[in-house]
Write a protein that binds this ligand. Structure first.
Ligand SMILES: [Zn+2]
Length: 538
């Protein structure tokens, strides 16, 4: 048994390895497992190459079993404007603005797209929202233009590539592999637009790991497994990347364990040139680095990156406004949804926009006229540095803002829940699969008013909304810009894994989830509309 094995290894070692190393490697290889030995004659240690990147594609599995149907409490049967199918049509239009951004290569080569404030894609979305307000019968509408803060600048990547260099040492015929989900992080720059170097794997890049690893003059490969969306990883991932640059790293590649193969936009200011790498690309890269170590390949694994960027200043954007006057009061309830998005942005914040339009349609009907004034804000959003939709709204509409009793921010509210569950494994890669619920929705109440909290408790009973069970005063995303009004802020927000990734496509959204949230928010707004001010803000 041993003889054929060794002769096979000799065969492999000859053509694939450098002459000086081949004997030593052969000696080591003999002690390794059959799997390790067999990998040397196939490209890239026999690992499955990553699939090509596909835009507008859900990187997770959605089976035949649909989401839980929406609950329609008695008396709400006639609210047909809230059916999931109706809201879905608006969501399709919102996502189409993003697809147009990619088709037209709005940003550089079109590797990044979205509904980006300061650019036509976001402006088109806001204009369309205002047209929808008018369609549903709102007479008082406005489009308000505002400029980027004087001292602000906005970095965007225009074109880039991350290439892992092929080498027969990694298996005969190992050609270059381009990791197509690589995504540069703000504000990365490469001197001369190009950088090459040797890769070194650093695990999570914690101080305990880096104490044993020399990253000086190399490209560090950091590996993170997000618990939910990447926001929650910023506090560890970014300082660890910065630590690697302090130790002399040339660049940092962050493997983000995400479902499928998608670009992830999150993280910034990591201290030097940084790229995120998504799902299957990251799985491949980690596999190569591990196989090289397991096979004791001393030939370094080299990467080459290119990057063209542009920093924008003096941009401008628009907010849209639709006002439904109250029958009894000038006091206002602000209902906000941000139009801007990275990539398709079906969940952040296409679903919030579509739900907001359903609410406008509902309250514009004479039989649903509120006592207080409802102000729908189609916000330019908050992704573009120096262009904040809510701040501009507050500044430009002092009377509406001063009279506000409450601001309600609808932001990421109807995405399906995706989890690794007991799902399929192919080549050891974990796939995510949709279940019958929506991703958890955090309900932030900045003033913790018991009355407002009771409405969320009741909402779960009436509509089956998947609110997180503990109370929160969170008002992130759009919320910050409304704080200047002094009124309490309600934020409804999911934090699912596909957030800020190219995989957040329309199939990630739950059609009954749209209906659930629209019905709940209508119920919530009606209760707030009828409540005395002391109850809303005790
Ligand atoms: Zn958002």
């Amino acid at each position: 048994m041993t003889t054929p094995k060794i002769s096979r290894l000799r065969q492999l070692a000859g053509p694939t390895l450098h002459f000086g190393l081949s004997l030593a490697l052969l000696a080591i290889s003999v002690t390794h497992s059959a799997a390790a030995q067999e990998s040397a004659d196939t490209p890239w240690f026999g690992l499955t190459p990553p699939p090509p990147f596909q835009a507008h594609k859900l990187p997770a599995i959605v089976g035949e079993r649909g989401p839980t149907p929406a609950m329609i409490p008695a008396g709400e049967e006639s609210f047909t404007e809230f059916t999931g199918e109706t809201i879905w049509q608006d969501l399709e239009t919102v996502v189409a603005f993003s697809k147009q951004s990619r088709d037209e290569q709005e940003i550089g080569s079109g590797q990044l797209w979205g509904r980006i404030s300061g650019f036509p894609s976001s402006g088109r979305t806001v204009e369309w929202m205002v047209a929808r307000y008018q369609d549903v019968g709102i007479e008082q509408t406005d489009i308000q233009s505002f400029d980027q803060d004087e001292d602000a600048s906005f970095w965007l990547p225009h074109a880039w590539e991350l290439r892992i260099r092929g080498n027969d040492a990694f298996g005969a015929g190992s050609q270059d592999v381009v990791l197509e989900t690589a995504h540069p992080l703000s504000p990365s720059e490469l001197p001369g637009g190009r950088l090459s170097g040797e890769l070194v794997y650093v695990g999570t890049g914690s101080p305990a790991e880096l104490a044993h690893i020399d990253v000086n003059g190399k490209i560090a490969v950091q590996h993170i497994t997000p618990q939910a969306h990447l926001v929650f990883e910023r506090a560890t991932t970014v300082p660890r990347s910065r630590d690697m640059f302090a130790r002399g790293a040339l660049a940092v590649i962050i493997i983000v364990d995400q479902p499928g193969n998608e670009m992830a936009r999150d993280f910034s200011n990591c201290g030097g040139p940084c790229f995120n790498v998504g799902g299957r690309d990251g799985h491949f890269l980690a596999g190569v680095l591990n196989a090289a170590a397991a096979n004791s390949v001393s030939e370094p694994i080299q990467a080459e990156m290119t990057l063209e960027t542009e920093t924008y200043r003096h941009l401008s954007a628009i907010n849209g406004i639709g006002v439904i006057p109250g029958s009894e009061s000038d006091e206002t309830i602000i209902i906000n949804a941000h139009a801007d998005a990275w990539f398709d942005g079906a969940g952040d914040n296409g679903d919030g926009v579509a739900v907001q339009i359903a609410l406008a349609r509902h309250f514009a009907k004479p039989e649903n006229q509120p006592s207080r004034t409802l102000v729908f804000v189609a916000s330019a959003g908050h992704h573009t540095r120096g262009l904040n939709g809510p701040s501009a709204f507050v500044e430009m509409n002092p009377s509406l803002a001063e009279n506000a009793v409450l601001a309600i921010n609808i932001e990421h509210v109807a995405q399906r829940n995706f989890s690794p569950a007991r799902s399929e494994f192919e080549d050891g890669y974990r796939e995510f699969i949709a279940d019958s619920g929506e991703a958890p929705i955090v309900a932030g109440i900045t003033n913790s008013a018991p009355f407002l909290e009771s409405l969320f408790v009741e909402g779960v009973d009436r509509y089956g909304t998947n609110f997180v069970s503990d109370i929160s005063t969170m008002a992130s995303g759009e919320g910050g810009g409304y704080r200047a009004m002094g009124a309490p802020i309600i934020t409804t927000m999911q934090a699912p894994p596909l957030y800020h990734t190219s995989g957040e496509v329309i199939e990630a959204v739950s059609m009954p989830g749209l209906e659930r949230m629209a019905r709940f928010l209508a119920f919530f707004i009606k209760a707030v509309d009828q409540a005395p001010r002391e109850q809303i803000d005790p």
